[in-house]
Ligand binder design. Structure first.
Ligand SMILES: C[S@@+](CC[C@H](N)C(=O)[O-])C[C@H]1O[C@@H](n2cnc3c(N)ncnc32)[C@H](O)[C@@H]1O
Length: 230
């Protein structure tokens, strides 16, 4: 077993746009791009997946809840657009209380939606909770590989696992097949990786896969869609 999963050694560091991310020394992995955590999440998940999907209501499924930044930006977009969003986040290793406090304090110093982030973190695991007229959330503490995805079908999927080089079994055809079955026709998945094996596994699982422009520091990202008629 990798030492990260034994020790949970994680360090909170600022990124180029001032928003924080976590660094995991045992894996050599960051939770977000050091070129701007908020900018990266906005580009890959909010603009390239959530905004791309035209429907209302929207059911969002996230792989890797982490700091809650993707959930926070999704809540913000729900308020801006008035679309009704149900958010289902999967996470095996939730942040500890001190880490949540530290992450939230970064956002407080930036005067950016920190009260909403605290609210998202204070929601109990395993219980669907309404936190805004436009946004409800269910955080589930599970392993992606073992869980049966409930609550679907989903319209928007944020696939935000650690890099395929570090955890190849999370980017497998088997995992993507489960996701494809839980995706509604017309649904869209985005992820930061454009690795050949990832795109092939998505395709074998039934998705139509495209490379699209990436955020600062990353030339391209992947968008996969489930065709309306198959
Ligand atoms: C790149 S980070 C996600 C960042 C997150 N979306 C955010 O906004 O902060 C990857 C996440 O996947 C979680 N993870 C790693 N292995 C997992 C597994 N087998 N099942 C579920 N979650 C896992 C990690 O704990 C970490 O929170």
């Amino acid at each position: 077993m990798n030492s990260y999963f034994c020790t949970m050694d994680r360090r909170i560091i600022p990124t180029s746009d001032g928003t924080p991310t976590l660094y995991v020394p045992g894996l050599g992995e960051h939770y977000h791009s050091i070129h701007g955590a908020r900018r990266e999440s906005e580009h890959i998940f909010i603009e390239s997946a959530l905004d791309y999907f035209p429907g209302d209501p929207v059911r969002v499924l996230e792989f890797g809840f982490g700091t809650g930044l993707n959930a926070l930006l999704t809540l913000r977009r729900a308020k801006e657009t008035g679309r009704q969003i149900f958010y289902h986040a999967l996470e095996k290793y939730p942040l500890e209380a001190g880490e949540v406090e530290e992450v939230c304090s970064y956002f407080r110093d930036l005067h950016f939606e920190w009260a909403d982030l605290e609210r998202i973190h204070s929601v109990p695991w395993g219980r669907q909770t309404v936190i805004d007229p436009y946004f409800s959330i269910l955080k589930e503490q599970v392993d992606f590989r073992e869980t049966t995805i409930s609550g679907g079908p989903y319209n928007v999927i944020y696939f935000d696992a650690f890099a395929p080089a570090v955890q190849p079994d999370l980017w497998s055809e088997e995992v993507f097949r489960k996701i494809h079955s839980a995706t509604a026709p017309g649904g869209v998945l985005t992820t930061y990786s454009v690795k050949g094996s990832v795109r092939r596994n998505l395709q074998s699982a039934g998705f139509t896969v495209k490379k699209i422009e990436g955020p600062p520091g990353k030339r391209e990202i992947t968008r996969a869609t489930k065709d309306s008629v198959e």
